[in-house]
Design a protein around this ligand. Structure first.
Ligand SMILES: C[S@@+](CC[C@H](N)C(=O)[O-])C[C@H]1O[C@@H](n2cnc3c(N)ncnc32)[C@H](O)[C@@H]1O
Length: 421
């Protein structure tokens, strides 16, 4: 896709080709291209329309129905913030008094559009000309062109004195190869520039990889880890006046459907504005004790934010190994911050003994959870040669340093039960 093809897609003929491509996208690509060309669409336009239609189809999971009007590139879509996360960030910026925002490296505009929807005037800067043109087209398609404008250029030259807030989501993939960058010093714009923004603009937010080393968190900044439906999706550094607490874990739910278990939340509509948030200094250590009747597997945002001790205090729970983030308690307390399992058997890890135990229990199906174990779940499942009518949760971990297997059942209400297969 290039700028000429984008321009062609935005003509009435291009819109018609895109509408036709949307009808046939998702099936056999050759048949779709032939179907489009048979209606008189020139081959170049047909190919561009089909690529867009396919990307839009994939983008629905991230952006919801609005994906249908967006212009996308594959790398831009991969790096874009999902809407539920962008909307929350925008609402928090707005509540903190941000009225004008620079989005330095705005990509396709997912964050900028959310801020504009929240009523913030956004100045986007994007180095890649096609991505910048698409961001502008996305602003227009969303009816937000007056609130979100895009200039193509280097974000490091933007005059930040024009705005009262800055957002930066630096590129963490190499242009061309798309390979992930793990060293923040190789981000673009560069890490020094990004962290230096906080000294120039009192309200600065930086989106970073969830694996960020805590040692890189600037002094005084709030580091927030965000999960969506239990998947860790990003971290953000809230700097200056925006920092409220040292560490925060934010859990968002997007999927419809029944709860995973009675102690997790579920069924919330997509883009639900509510979120569960756990906060703290991120330095406390949870007490250590024996394995107890109930095991909690904390949400990855809680673990990455180093807030397991805060969760342990809420649940009156302890760790069974100081370096492993499973918590154990005598009672099952409803919490959105982790899954709760009832521990049925505890045994020092031995394949032979575990196989015999699961046979005896009639377990033919296991989900495998692990922390602190190098065992490969699929291989273990094969080695266990399970046979039986029941299902169980198998937890592979360490207890006081020793490799241990716990056979568990999910807490589904006041009475735990084996799940029927
Ligand atoms: C991670 S993406 C931004 C995604 C965006 N937040 C979203 O949700 O759609 C980073 C973007 O920064 C752009 N970029 C990298 N270095 C830049 C620079 N020095 N100036 C302007 N843009 C830059 C890249 O081209 C890329 O599109």
């Amino acid at each position: 896709m290039d700028l000429d093809q984008l321009a062609a897609l935005r003509t009435p003929e291009g819109s018609a080709a895109l509408a036709a491509a949307t009808e046939v996208a998702g099936g056999d690509p050759l048949a779709a291209a032939a179907a489009l060309r048979s209606t008189g669409v020139p081959p170049g336009l047909a190919a561009a329309a089909l690529t867009q239609a396919e990307l839009r189809r994939r983008a629905v999971g991230k952006f919801g129905p609005e994906a249908d009007g967006m212009f996308l590139t594959r790398p831009g879509l991969e790096q874009a913030t999902r809407r539920v996360v962008a909307d929350r960030r925008a609402a928090r910026l707005r509540a903190a008094g941000v009225r004008t925002l620079a989005d330095l490296g705005c990509g396709l505009g997912a964050d900028a559009l959310a801020a504009a929807r929240a009523g913030i005037r956004v100045y986007g800067v994007e180095a890649d000309p096609l991505t910048a043109a698409m961001a502008a087209a996305n602003a227009e398609a969303a009816g937000l062109a007056e609130l979100f404008t895009v200039e193509c250029g280097d974000a490091t030259s933007f005059d930040v004195s024009r705005v009262d807030g800055v957002f930066c989501d630096p590129a963490r993939r190499r242009a061309g190869t798309g390979r992930r960058i793990f060293d923040p010093n190789s981000y673009s714009p560069p890490w020094d520039f990004v962290t230096g923004l906080a000294e120039r603009v009192p309200r600065t937010v930086v989106k970073v990889a969830p694996g960020l080393d805590h040692a890189l968190i600037p002094a005084g900044a709030e580091a927030e880890w965000v999960s969506v439906d239990g998947d860790l999706v990003e971290a953000a550094l809230w700097c200056g006046a925006l920092a409220e607490v040292p560490r925060r874990a934010t859990l968002l739910r997007c999927k419809e459907g029944p709860p995973v278990n009675a102690f997790g939340r579920g069924g919330a509509p997509c883009y639900h504005p509510g979120a569960e948030q756990l906060t703290g200094p991120g330095t406390a250590e949870a007490p250590v004790g024996p394995v107890r009747r109930f095991l909690y597997d904390p949400d990855p945002a809680v673990v990455r934010a180093h807030l397991v001790a805060e969760l342990a205090a809420d649940l009156d729970a302890t760790l069974a190994d100081p370096s492993i983030a499973y918590l154990y308690a005598d009672t099952a307390t409803p919490t959105p911050y982790g899954r709760c399992l009832e521990v049925i058997d505890v045994l020092p890890f031995s394949l032979k003994r575990l196989r015999a135990l699961l046979r005896e229990r009639g377990v033919g199906r296991v989900e495998i959870l692990k922390r602190g174990s190098a065992l490969e779940p699929d291989q273990l499942r094969r080695d266990l040669r399970l046979a039986g009518a029941l299902a169980a949760s198998l937890v592979l971990t360490r207890v006081a340093g020793a490799p241990t297997a716990l056979v568990c059942r999910p807490v589904t209400g006041s009475h735990g039960r084996w799940i029927e297969p």
